[in-house]
Design a protein around this ligand. Structure first.
Ligand SMILES: Nc1nc2c(ncn2[C@@H]2O[C@H](COP(=O)(O)OP(=O)(O)O)[C@@H](O)[C@H]2O)c(=O)[nH]1
Ligand SMILES: [Mg+2]
Length: 238
């Protein structure tokens, strides 16, 4: 009980330091945040150089909890097949459920528990890559902590960012998260096997993604039936 109180108090302090900082401190807080983002980008560039020079393909998946990121990574790993050695780095606040689901003979899954952090950053990925023999792998997937807000600003040094939304999240989910779709190369609209039943307006979701980012590639998938997964694989490979 005492611990719970302390935890809540810490949280309030944290929010205060950022949002309620006295005017004189506010500049300092913003500067520090900018420096953190700049350092993140430098680490991300280093990661991508290391992977590219070894010919390793790399992809990071962002999306809300339950959108189907793990299910799609499982499907894609199967498609790459046992002749590719795959490393998956999964971010989650507390559990290793996803890593356990993904792990296979030719897929090594490493779970990062971020605790209170709502997104992975390049430092997390760098640390993992420095602790494995990356020359063993042909493909790296990263599954970010489930949410559509915090990951936007932190690139992870992968070749392509894939944002996954599902038809169950409602047709406004894309337009509500413009920054993330600006920062993504591919938008996946998943669970299309449920679209008819939910009367989802998938055309609006596709249009919103294209309006936000004219360069984005959009693909409709069902990780349940496998529909669209080959198309997604083609987009990863091009
Ligand atoms: N019907 C349907 N269910 C799906 C699909 N993709 C994932 N799911 C289910 O949705 C739930 C969440 O999927 P998961 O991959 O864990 O989502 P994540 O939190 O984004 O990694 C699981 O019960 C999956 O079986 C899909 O395309 N169609
Ligand atoms: Mg998952």
């Amino acid at each position: 009980m005492a611990d719970e109180k302390e935890e809540k108090f810490d949280r309030v302090m944290e929010l205060e330091s950022r949002k309620l900082a006295k005017e004189v401190d506010r500049e300092f807080v913003i500067e520090t945040q900018k420096q953190v983002e700049k350092n993140n980008d430098l680490i991300a560039v280093g990661i991508n150089d290391r992977l590219k020079e070894r010919g390793i393909k790399s992809f990071d998946f962002v999306g809300a909890i339950g959108a189907g990121k793990t299910a799609l990574i499982e499907r894609l790993s199967e498609k790459f097949g046992p002749d590719h050695k795959i490393l998956v780095i999964c971010g989650d606040i507390a559990t290793r459920v996803d890593a356990d689901r993904i792990q296979k003979e030719f897929v090594k899954a490493i779970q990062i528990n971020t605790g209170r952090e709502c997104a992975l950053n390049a430092y997390h990925v760098d640390k993992v890559l420095k602790n494995v023999n990356i020359d063993e792998f042909d493909v790296v997937f990263v599954e970010n902590v489930g949410n559509l807000i915090c990951p936007s600003e932190f690139m992870l040094g992968m070749d392509k960012r894939i944002t996954v939304v599902s038809v169950t999240e409602g047709e406004w989910v894309v337009e509500k998260h413009p920054l993330l779709f600006k920062m993504s190369d591919i938008a996946v609209i998943n669970k299309i096997d449920l679209a008819e039943r939910l009367e989802s307006n998938t055309e609006k979701m596709v249009k919103d993604a294209k309006d936000i980012n004219p360069n984005i590639k959009v693909v409709l998938t069902s990780a349940r039936t496998g529909e669209g997964v080959d198309e997604l694989l083609d987009l990863l490979n091009t």
